[in-house]
Each structure stands twice: as C-alpha cells, then as structure tokens.
Design a protein around this ligand. Structure first.
Ligand code: ADP
Ligand code: NI
Length: 221
C-alpha cells in the first residue's frame, strides 16, 4: 500500500516536470500527446499484466529528447531524465528499464526492424503508435509536416524505402508519403493484444482518409 502511494507521488512529480518541458506545441508532439500515450499505455499494461509503474514513467518520458523536437541533440535531455528519476527515488534498475524503453520506442524507418523490447516497452511503443494512427494520427502527421515545411502531397514523388534511421529522419518527402512509409505499417508492428485490437479501427480510418483525399485530389485536375 505504502509503495503504491509513493509510486503515485513519483508519477505525479514526473508528470508535472514533463508538462513543464512540453510548452505549447503545434507539431502534434505536445503534452496532450504525452498524456494520451500515458493513459493508453497504462490501459494496455493492465490488460497485459505488466509493471504499471515502469510503463507510466516510460510513457511520460518517451518523447523527452526526441530528435523531432530538439535542435540541440539528445544528450541534455537524456541527462535530464536521469536527474529527474534520480531525485524522485526511482531505483537504478528501474531507471535503466525506463531509459531502455525511451531509447527504443521510436520508429526508425520502414526497412528497419523494431528493437526487441521488454513487455513494458511493448505497452509504451504500441500506445505511442496508436496515437500516430486514426484521426488524431492524421492531424498529427499534417501538423508535423507543416512544421517541417513539407507539402501535403505531390503525386510525382513516390514513397521510399528507408533502410536506416538517418534516411528516414532526413527524408523531405510530402506528408501523404509518410502514411505509406510509416503510418499504414504500424498495424502489423503492434505487439500487445490490446494494441493489435485497437489498431484495427485506427488503421481503417487511415485508409478511408487516404482514399477520400486521393479522390478529391484527382477531381481538382
Ligand atoms: P516516433 O518516436 O515513433 O516517431 P512520435 O510519437 O514521437 O513517434 O512521433 C510520431 C509523430 O510524428 C506521428 O504522429 C507522425 O505522423 C509524425 N511524423 C514523424 N515524421 C513525419 C513525417 N515525415 N511527416 C509527417 N509526420 C511525421
Ligand atoms: Ni510519442
């Protein structure tokens, strides 16, 4: 009981520190994304019988220091995670479990296999990916594309195979390609039962959106 109470306090503390690290954001990677991933990941963890404490902290911290959000490299942010967890009383072993998840959570390219994860990591990764699908996923893709100055669509530019992270990261392609290069592939990369189940409807939403978008695009010619 006491552990539960202390763990709750640690989660609250990390949550408010992360809220402060994610100010107003127009890229689809704001604190609202962090909260959705946190709630979804804990829901999946309960269903999977995983360690909800590890999953909660890893979900809250999963985008801290992400390459998409930082200009100054990831090192300072990673150090910030260490410092934060250290001062909240999280053990070294728990900290390493959490850092391992944060480092492996991101999609690295359609030609790159996902790194093997702990069961807790799978809950966080599936939750993060569910938020890149469905109607919110569509909104986030266009928000991020706009931030990077990418066109919505260019039918002369076909989707690419990214065999390494740097090709994926440095791609300047339009946002519709991102659907074929990542979003439509996520359904088959889900690892938890809940993730696989929830991905069905969100995948169908991506497909419905794409076919409608392409029809409207053609009609304007
Ligand atoms: P990951 O760490 O796997 O990239 P995140 O939640 O940190 O997951 O960020 C993924 C979000 O960023 C998705 O909603 C995705 O649509 C958006 N995104 C990433 N790359 C692109 C891109 N090239 N074009 C449009 N959106 C992108
Ligand atoms: Ni994320």
């Amino acid at each position: 009981m006491r552990d539960d109470y202390l763990n709750r306090q640690i989660i609250e503390r990390v949550l408010s520190s992360v809220r402060a690290l994610f100010p107003m954001d127009g890229s689809g990677h704001g604190f609202d994304h962090v909260l959705r991933v946190y709630h979804m990941a804990t829901r999946i963890a309960e269903e999977e019988g995983c360690d909800v404490f590890i999953v909660s902290l890893a979900a809250l911290l999963h985008d801290v220091g992400d390459h998409k959000l930082t200009a100054d490299g990831n090192e300072n942010h990673r150090n910030a995670i260490f410092a934060l967890l250290n001062e909240t009383g999280v053990t070294d072993d728990q900290t390493h479990q959490i850092i391992d998840i944060v480092e492996k959570v991101s999609f690295k390219g359609n030609g790159v296999d996902d790194a093997p994860m702990s069961a807790e990591g799978c809950c966080v990764r599936d939750a993060d990916r569910l938020d890149a699908m469905g109607s919110i996923g569509i909104a986030r893709a266009f928000a991020y594309g706009a931030l990077k100055g990418r066109p919505m669509f260019d039918d002369g530019q076909k989707p690419a195979l990214h065999e390494n992270f740097s090709d994926y990261k440095n791609s300047k392609s339009h946002t519709i390609n991102h659907f074929y290069e990542k979003l439509l592939l996520l359904k088959d990369r889900m690892e938890t039962d809940a993730g696989k189940r929830l991905a069905q409807g969100r995948h169908a939403m991506l497909e419905a959106f794409l076919s409608e978008f392409l029809l409207e695009w053609k009609a304007q010619k």
